[in-house]
Design a protein around this ligand. Structure first.
Ligand SMILES: Cc1cc2nc3c(=O)[nH]c(=O)nc-3n(C[C@H](O)[C@H](O)[C@H](O)COP(=O)(O)OP(=O)(O)OC[C@H]3O[C@@H](n4cnc5c(N)ncnc54)[C@H](O)[C@@H]3O)c2cc1C
Length: 326
């Protein structure tokens, strides 16, 4: 049993979810598992979304620092840990090292990670100041999104592939609409200009080095750096450029990223480059996760997750179910 059924007092609703990235799919899953009748509408299939580009490690990168976000983090971690026991999900619990540029970085994320511990001095390269070892979920997104879509469909969610231009289009078929539209979250509400892209470029390498541990160093003096081994490949990143909509991979950026990564993990030298990828993180000062009134149909917003949408996905989905019931 993955989800709680409807409380006795709650009535099943007809809910339309806009979006089929990790937030839309997780939300549709939780709503359907709670007994609601769910339709998901999206104009990008899961594999075409930024969610498919994500590295993806459970980590609150570029994420809001608040009590509400902490709850989303903890709930998501618990679900990913539970799902890691199912091979087809593409989720593995992996050990790794989060490097820090100074001795006073925010380590609040580590409170809920069972084996998180200060890394010994000999594990810290001269370019960093400190670090934390931890075992966290690493999610091979193409595998995971396919699995999640299939699970969601098996719960009875209907998928429609088209663009929604106005909430008016949905009012006859839905009691409530969930807006999980990522970077385009503000377009339909008309009251939110604050969502912007943070461009991320990554390289996918063949894992001929047999690497198993991840390594992240956000504060690397030459630019954010991460090396995430997955089932059959390694994701090397990255970049984080605000307000940049360019979806083309830049060769010079790729060369620099790879050079930083090899500086941190010399075993990467010689691994074949399989692919270059770019995604636009849907950033906002705070995640928008609330009811919005004043539209043709009641709306619950669930967008603006920045660099941590996967990390916060199950918690977000569970919160939407609560908001629907409240
Ligand atoms: C390089 C990179 C690395 C990353 N690594 C990580 C990581 O390690 N861990 C992590 O947690 N996060 C990571 N992220 C961030 C993560 O990818 C995002 O936070 C997350 O994917 C956002 O998901 P979403 O469902 O909100 O949006 P999206 O995946 O963009 O999905 C939006 C959906 O809405 C639909 N849509 C929008 N508007 C409409 C409309 N009007 N009509 C119909 N459909 C519509 C689209 O078709 C799409 O299906 C990374 C991102 C990048 C770029």
């Amino acid at each position: 049993m993955l989800s709680a059924p409807l409380p006795e007092a709650a009535q099943p609703r007809k809910v339309t979810v806009i979006g089929a990235g990790v937030i839309g799919l997780s939300t549709a899953h939780e709503l359907a598992a709670a007994g609601h009748q769910v339709t998901a509408i999206a104009d990008q299939q899961p594999q075409q979304t930024v969610s498919a580009v994500a590295a993806a490690i459970w980590f609150p990168y570029h994420s809001e620092n608040s009590e509400a976000a902490d709850l989303l983090l903890a709930r998501s971690l618990a679900r990913f840990e539970q799902l890691s026991g199912i091979a087809e999900t593409g989720i593995d619990l992996r050990y790794g090292l989060n490097l820090e540029g100074s001795a006073d970085e925010d380590r609040s994320w580590a409170k809920i990670v069972t084996n998180a511990a200060e890394a010994p001095a000999e594990a810290i390269p001269p370019i960093a100041a400190a670090g934390m070892h931890a075992t966290v979920p690493v999610i091979t997104m193409p595998t995971y999104l396919s699995w999640l879509q299939a699970q969601t469909a098996a719960l009875g969610v209907q998928f429609i592939w088209r663009t929604v231009r106005s909430f008016d289009e949905l009012k006859d078929d839905a009691d409530t609409v969930v807006l999980a539209a990522g970077l385009r979250g503000g377009e339909l509400t008309g009251d939110d200009q604050s969502v912007y892209p943070i461009r991320g470029q990554v390289i996918r390498l063949a894992n001929t080095a047999g690497l198993s541990d991840w390594l992240c160093y956000d504060e690397h003096p030459q630019g954010v750096s991460y090396i995430i081994p997955r089932r059959d490949d390694i994701i090397v990143g990255g970049t984080d450029v605000d307000h940049d909509f360019n979806l083309e991979a830049d060769p010079q950026t790729a060369t620099e990223m790879l050079s930083r990564a090899i500086g941190l993990v010399p075993e990467l030298e010689g691994c074949e480059i399989l692919e270059h990828k770019v995604g636009l993180r849907p950033a906002r000062e705070t995640i928008r996760l609330e009811r919005i009134e004043g539209h043709a149909v009641p709306v619950i917003a669930a967008y603006g997750h920045g660099g941590a949408g996967v990390t916060l996905s199950w918690g977000t989905a569970q919160r939407v179910v609560e908001l629907l019931g409240s």
